[in-house]
Design a binder for this molecule. Structure first.
Ligand SMILES: Nc1ncnc2c1ncn2[C@@H]1O[C@H](COP(=O)(O)OP(=O)(O)OP(=O)(O)O)[C@@H](O)[C@H]1O
Ligand SMILES: C[C@@](O)(CCO)CC(=O)[O-]
Ligand SMILES: [Mg+2]
Length: 392
């Protein structure tokens, strides 16, 4: 029995970082996915290990089941979604350490730890093989960590008793509402291990897809008929969300009143962005007016992100380049490099878009046009029609 799950990346249209401090943010899924396949070995495989293959990083880690049982002698599973205690996190860190992950790949250790926490909490020390690959750039602001956690959580739960299986269904299928909530809650626990203090917006938009408004853990699914086209530019400057989120918190401790005003301003911007996106579109004139407002709000949000200290020289280059074409740009995700969004108005000529892309690529950046607002996490089964690998 094998299950596959896929979860999308995301863009944040407004409100990153401020959302960690209780402000509203608006995010949308994009049609770039992280895929996870998970299978329990059959008796013929004679495989008593739990393994995780990370194809994007050409890394495979595995533990004999006996080693896991030794590390977690009192494991009772499944447990409901819960934070990994400091004590368990230490045990997991020592299991990860034993794998001697090369220094160049050390950022992956947190992802491996998140996998171990989610998997063992649901399936205990049962042998299995998980394989991960992604269409998303890792650590670039497009929610790769959330897509990783959501796809893993989806696959792990799809092979558990918490999910009702439908074998009559061919291809990708969606989870039920309660199942989605469970997938999202577990993914959030994984994100906590990777990010330290996530707001939950990234795993939530990856789980539910489409476009969402998010504030203090509350999700509003946005309904829109506004065609939204964004150019995504990857500055290819590496950064780490955990460190950037921590740096904004430190600035907030140093300047609490000033930062509170910044977060309040972002809250208003995000609320306005959500209102514009949701108001019905009647004609080209109405679209143009809405796009102009969105463009201005993106510029304002970018200025406030600068105030938070998450800009980068490479982002400035993208801003200046797109401004030559009177286009508005803001960073997306944690900033400090990573990806940047440029609003492409509906009536903008294709030739202009080509020129902007050529200009940005001359600077060494990578441009992509992703579809916005597609489905969230989905899964599909292959193999025999039961979940007990050792029965198949
Ligand atoms: N396909 C993958 N394979 C292995 N690890 C992954 C994968 N995708 C994400 N990760 C984990 O997530 C980490 C990157 O997460 P990080 O939050 O820093 O960036 P991001 O999620 O891409 O950007 P943002 O949080 O700003 O949207 C990696 O270092 C790794 O631990
Ligand atoms: C920077 C941040 O706001 C978004 C990262 O995509 C962090 C978070 O909300 O968890
Ligand atoms: Mg992330």
């Amino acid at each position: 029995m094998e299950v596959r799950a896929r979860a999308p990346g995301k863009i944040i249209l407004a409100g990153e970082h401020a959302v960690v401090h209780g402000s509203t943010a608006v995010a949308a899924s994009i049609d770039l996915y992280t895929y996870v396949s998970l299978r329990f070995p059959t008796p013929a495989d004679n495989d008593e290990t739990l393994s995780l293959q990370l194809k994007d990083a050409s890394l495979e880690v595995s533990w004999p089941v006996a080693r896991l049982k030794e590390a977690f002698p009192n494991l009772e599973t499944p447990i409901p979604p819960s934070s990994c205690s400091l004590e368990t996190l230490k045990l997991i860190a020592s299991l990860v350490d034993e794998q001697n992950i090369p220094e160049a790949n050390i950022g992956l250790a947190a992802g491996v730890s998140a996998f171990l926490w989610m998997y063992t909490s649901i399936h205990g020390c049962k042998p299995a093989k998980a394989v991960v690959n992604s269409e998303l750039p890792l650590g670039a602001g497009l929610g790769s960590s959330a897509a990783f956690c959501v796809a893993l959580s989806g696959a792990i739960l799809a092979l558990s008793d918490s999910v009702t299986m439908d074998f009559s269904h061919q291809g990708w299928q969606v989870f039920g509402e309660n199942e989605l909530e469970l997938v999202n809650r577990w993914a959030f626990e994984g994100e906590k291990i990777i990010h330290g203090k996530p707001s939950g917006i990234d795993n939530t938009v990856s789980t539910y897809g489409n476009m969402i408004k998010f504030k203090s853990g509350d999700l509003t699914r946005l309904k829109t008929n506004m065609p939204l086209k964004m150019l995504i530019t990857n500055t290819k400057v590496g950064r780490n969300t955990k460190a950037l989120v921590a740096s904004v918190s430190e600035r907030t401790l140093r300047h609490p009143t000033a930062m509170a005003s910044v977060f309040t301003a972002v809250d208003s911007i995000s609320s306005e962005v959500a209102a514009i996106i949701q108001s019905p579109v009647s004609d080209d004139l109405a679209i143009t007016e809405k796009e102009e407002k969105l463009a201005e709000l993106m510029q304002m949000n970018q200025g406030l992100l600068q105030c938070m200290g998450v800009g980068h020289a490479s982002i400035e280059v993208v801003l200046r380049t797109t401004l030559k074409y009177k286009l508005s740009t803001k960073l997306t995700g944690a900033g400090g490099g990573g990806c940047v969004l440029t609003l492409l108005p509906t009536l903008l000529a294709g030739t202009v878009v080509d020129k902007v892309i050529a200009d940005l690529e001359t600077c060494g950046f990578q441009c992509l046009l992703a579809g916005i607002g597609g489905n969230g996490v989905e899964f599909s089964y292959s193999g025999t029609s039961h979940k007990e690998g050792n029965l198949s």
